[in-house]
Design a protein around this ligand. Structure first.
Ligand code: F6P
Length: 552
């Protein structure tokens, strides 16, 4: 395929377009009765089992998808990513989050330089700093240990670390390392979020970590100034040096803000914000809370998937399979959304994180060469842990719109409960639902089945389930730091696979800029009206009316 050819112009895409019409004639009930087909759709890797037999696909579909991957030069694109080529072409940058979790002796080049030693310099610095905070050898302005951390950041500088923190909180190994410590996240510029974050904390025992790749994000910088004022008011301006540190690629602005550059933890422009949880963005706050050893285990889990993604054949490659199936669902069935449904409360912040990773990466309108796309990319990602979601939005998934679902389950609970006299324990109860839901979606319930159950005739249409609704299941052997790292990397690479096949740039995010610049105009207006009493002007009728009401 010539680089300017759109993927939808290739023969494999056209083959899939006609193939989907055949598949539409086959109900999942029928597909699931073919045991050989189902066997071919279960893949195991390093404690993770993927079962995609409830996708509306046959082995023939998979072959056609492999052809599509070839037409998209998927393997070459993966290699180019690992080789540090500037695949983020609109920002002229490498995309090397895999280097953040590479072993110390790995060699990964960006612009002719092995970046792994730089990564490990920062990791070593974090290890040393977090140990000093945790063992009380670094103390605050009044000589007290810093037991509480507020991490200030938004988007990619917030969602990934929050997901991992939430997942580790109840892991027995991690939680025993966090005794007596608190980690909070301040993201929203809404003053309510500030109030909630500082509630019950004292500046003298609090360390603020300002996390911003650019160190210019309006919300983060205002929140950082607000917490700087909170510290200074109580402890005096000189306390800032002891109570505030930073994570950024922009060390000049960190220093300008008043944070000692020695207390800044660097990362690099080849780390995209939403792919930055394995940089100091996540590693610093998480090491402060759980200790570096736990976080290193998380990095090793992610690295295991990086190696697998790089080297496993496509038929056994978890991120590749997941990515291809998402393309199948979005581009050929036209399903616009995807539900991420972990049957684990510890994963409650997984869907919000993947929502950014996926939607900021793949919600694009043009190809990497800037050609308008005649097909939709990306999907609407959302999700909640089971079984909570079952009592909320699953009605729509079962009888309303078709939304491909990812069911994520764990064999061994982080916190098992065994009630005396109950054979099916609490985790079994949770997992009963994990196993039942995919079949309910796939098989549904027919009017004939309902009639056999003597359901009242007028209720039959209401109680009928069409079924034929695709899902896939991921079963993790446990949920420790290593597994959390694996899960993260599987989804990061899946999103990249989708973008590589669609032929878009999954690593820029120009779509967030327009809103930001319009907010700047409004901010200027608010300033001019408040300081000089200037009237609202330069906006349309609607905005002028609302702004005028707000200013009154
Ligand atoms: O507005 C989107 C975004 O640019 C994200 O991509 C990024 O993760 C977030 O803002 C925060 O940016 P920064 O880390 O530079 O503060």
């Amino acid at each position: 395929m010539a680089s300017s050819t759109l993927i939808c112009e290739t023969q494999p895409w056209k083959d899939l377009k006609s193939h989907v019409e055949d598949i539409k004639k086959t109900h999942l009930r029928e597909l699931l009765s073919d045991t050989d087909r189902c066997k071919s759709m279960v893949v195991d890797f390093d404690g993770i089992t993927l079962d995609y037999s409830r996708q509306r696909a046959t082995p023939g579909t998979m072959d056609k998808l492999y052809n599509l991957a070839e037409a998209a030069h998927l393997k070459q694109k993966i290699d180019r990513m690992f080789n540090g080529e500037h695949i983020n072409s609109t920002e002229n940058r490498s995309v090397l989050h895999v280097a953040l979790r590479a072993p110390r002796d790995a060699v990964i080049q960006s612009d002719g330089k092995n970046v792994v030693p730089d990564v490990w310099n920062v990791l070593d610095k974090i290890k040393d700093f977090s140990e000093r905070i945790r063992n009380g050898s670094w103390v605050g302005a009044t000589g007290k240990a810093l037991t509480d951390v507020i991490s200030v950041g938004i988007g990619g500088s917030f969602l990934g670390p929050l997901f991992v923190h939430t997942a580790l909180q109840t892991d027995p190994e991690a939680s025993k390392c966090a005794t007596g410590r608190q980690l909070r996240f301040l993201a929203n510029v809404d003053p309510i979020d500030v109030a909630r974050n500082i509630a019950g904390l004292k500046p003298e025992t609090t360390l603020v970590v300002v996390v911003s790749k650019t160190f210019t994000t309006a919300e983060t910088m205002l929140n950082a100034r607000t917490l700087r004022a909170w510290i200074s008011k109580e402890l005096g301006p000189s306390a800032v040096a002891k109570h505030m540190v930073a994570v950024s690629t922009n060390l000049t602005l960190v220093e300008k803000f008043g944070i000692d550059p020695n207390n800044a933890f660097a990362f690099w422009d080849w780390v995209g914000g939403r792919y930055s949880v394995c940089s100091a963005v996540g590693v610093l706050p998480l090491s402060l809370q759980y200790g570096f050893t736990v976080v290193e285990k998380f990095l090793k889990g992610a690295s295991s998937i990086d190696q697998h993604f790089y080297s496993a054949p496509f038929e056994k490659n978890l991120p590749v399979l997941l990515g291809m199936l998402s393309v199948w669902n979005v581009s050929f069935f036209g399903y616009p959304a995807r539900a991420i449904l972990p049957y684990s409360q510890a994963l409650e912040k997984f869907a919000p994180h993947i929502q950014q990773v996926s939607m900021e990466s793949n919600g694009k309108g043009v190809s990497i060469d800037g050609k308008p796309l005649p097909f939709e990319t990306g999907e609407i990602d959302f999700g909640e842990p089971g079984t909570n979601g079952q009592h909320s939005f699953y009605q729509l998934i079962h009888q309303g719109r078709v939304i491909p679902c990812d069911f994520i389950g764990v064999v061994k609970s982080q916190q098992p409960v065994y009630l005396e006299g109950e054979v099916v324990n609490n985790h079994d109860e949770l997992m009963s639902n994990f196993f039942a839901q995919p079949d309910a979606l796939a098989y549904g319930k027919t009017p004939e089945e309902l009639q056999k159950e003597n359901v009242l005739q007028h209720l039959v249409p209401h109680k009928t389930f069409s079924g034929n609704r695709p899902s896939l299941s991921l079963l993790l052997s446990s949920l420790d730091a290593y597994k959390i790292g694996q899960l993260l990397a599987i989804y990061e690479h899946r999103v990249a696979v989708q973008g590589f096949i669609w032929g878009i740039n999954s690593f820029d995010q120009w779509g967030v800029e327009l809103g930001k610049s319009l907010a700047t105009q409004v901010r200027k207006q608010l300033h001019a009206s408040r300081v000089k009493g200037e009237p609202v002007e330069g906006f349309n009728f609607s905005t002028t009316t609302m702004l005028t009401k707000y200013l009154k």
